[in-house]
Design a protein around this ligand. Structure first.
Ligand SMILES: *[C@@H]1O[C@H](CO)[C@@H](O)[C@H](O)[C@H]1NC(C)=O
Ligand SMILES: *[C@@H]1O[C@H](CO)[C@@H](O)[C@H](O)[C@H]1NC(C)=O
Length: 183
């Protein structure tokens, strides 16, 4: 690529980023306070949280759930080091999250799901929504409660209309029915 081409490229990229930013949709955080009494909490003991943009039109009863990724913490020191980040605490999650790509509300960017209920579930338990340990070491104050976080979030979303869902990607259905059977 010649220098001129590279410059044009960077210029287009910057312009595009600005366009995306100005058209960006910012979605407010929802804390699942009702989960706390059931011990559904992040690594640091804070409530689970998600960002949800309501579906509209023909998408009102369709749900897309995105579980945030972020790897596992595999021992006490790595879990401690993420405890006070957004991967360990909803206190560190952003209030207003930009929804883009598969979470966008614009048909030109997200033709299949733009008008669905779109949810991004914050990942803050350190083990991909699987932990279910009652005991909390008072020295580290680490909570390993990912499975409870998952349940609490799903129950909250069911109450917000997901119980009427006609369209939910199969993986969400599967995990949900498995979790509900267990509890
Ligand atoms: C999102 O939160 C802001 C305050 O941070 C508030 O002004 C706004 O109305 C909220 N939007 C929705 C859709 O609830
Ligand atoms: C914790 O895991 C990290 C990453 O695998 C490793 O580097 C570290 O030595 C481990 N610490 C302990 C105390 O096991």
């Amino acid at each position: 690529m010649s220098n001129g081409t590279v410059q044009q490229w960077i210029y287009s990229f910057v312009t595009l980023s600005i366009v995306f930013r100005t058209e960006g949709l910012f979605v407010n955080i929802t804390y699942v306070l009702s989960g706390v009494a059931k011990g559904a909490v992040c690594l640091d003991g804070s409530p689970p949280a998600y960002h949800h943009d309501k579906g509209f039109g023909t998408g009102v009863n369709s749900w897309l759930i995105q579980m945030e990724g972020g790897g596992w913490c595999n021992n006490i020191s790595t879990c401690l080091s993420r405890k006070n980040t957004r991967l360990g605490s909803s206190k560190q999650m952003v209030e207003n999250l930009a929804f883009s790509g598969i979470l966008s509300n614009l048909p030109q960017f997200n033709p299949d799901f733009y008008n669905w209920n779109r949810v991004k579930v914050g990942y803050c338990d350190g083990s991909s929504f699987t932990g279910d340990v009652q005991a909390v070491n008072p020295i580290t104050n680490l909570h390993f409660r990912g499975a409870r976080v998952f349940l609490a979030v799903m129950e909250d979303l069911l109450a917000k209309g997901m119980k009427n869902a006609e369209n939910v990607p199969p993986f969400a259905f599967l995990s949900l029915s498995q979790m509900l059977r267990r509890s």
